[in-house]
Design a protein around this ligand. Structure first.
Ligand SMILES: O=C(O)[C@@H](CO)OP(=O)(O)O
Length: 206
């Protein structure tokens, strides 16, 4: 049985382009982001992958990325579940702030800790740990059982909601996840065994 799970971060958003902390804000995709989503769909099509189910967040940049990918695959209208459990981490008080200005104000190291550490939340926001505490229960109750039942599944979500999931899937430690960056619009293809353990991983960024 093919237990296929594809994760894809949304294409570049307007706020990625402006270098703003985004979190739960809902900017659209840029032209480049739209092109990245088309390319992701084409890559999956070249690999002859199709899906039975899709999951995404309630944020439009992830939904739009998914729509474009499904369009490229000729799968528009695929059964899709949208849930805020898959939203980007809430960036709290940093939301809307320019990342370079934040570095100037708070220091390079502090900003890196807020962005990439496991358990230090940005002021008023969610740490990666807190993000994982909503992503993983949703993954385990809603997504994984479908994958294990042989439903080929794609999840279009966000840098940090996916990092939380990848940390669990790939059993990465806190030091390893600190360095893990996800490109916009880049699919990562997992095949799982009957217990949900990763058999293989193919990052199309490589
Ligand atoms: O701004 C955000 O919401 C995220 C993703 O773009 O940023 P970061 O790279 O800091 O995780």
């Amino acid at each position: 049985m093919d237990r296929l799970l594809v994760l894809v971060r949304h294409g570049q958003s307007e706020w990625n382009l402006k270098n703003l902390f985004t979190g739960w804000k809902d900017p659209g995709l840029t032209e480049q982001g739209i092109a990245e989503a088309h390319q992701a769909g084409q890559q999956l099509r070249d690999l002859k992958l199709t899906f039975d189910l899709a999951f995404t967040s309630v944020l439009s940049r992830a939904q739009k990325t998914l729509d474009i990918i499904l369009e490229e695959l000729g799968q528009t209208g695929l059964e899709t579940y949208k849930d805020q459990a898959l939203n980007e981490r809430d960036y709290g008080d940093l939301t809307g702030m320019n990342k370079d200005e934040a570095r100037q104000q708070f220091g390079e190291e502090q900003v890196h800790i807020w962005r990439r550490s496991f358990d230090v939340p940005p002021p008023g926001g969610e740490s990666l740990k807190m993000t994982a505490e909503r992503v993983l229960p949703y993954y385990k109750s809603e997504i994984l059982p479908k994958v294990l039942a042989g439903k080929r599944t794609i999840v279009a979500a966000h840098g940090n909601s996916l990092r939380a999931l990848i940390m669990d899937l790939e059993k990465l430690g806190q030091e390893e996840i600190l360095k893990r960056e996800l490109g916009t619009g880049t699919p990562i293809i997992y095949r799982l065994d009957e217990n949900g353990e990763v058999l293989s991983v193919q990052d199309l960024a490589d």
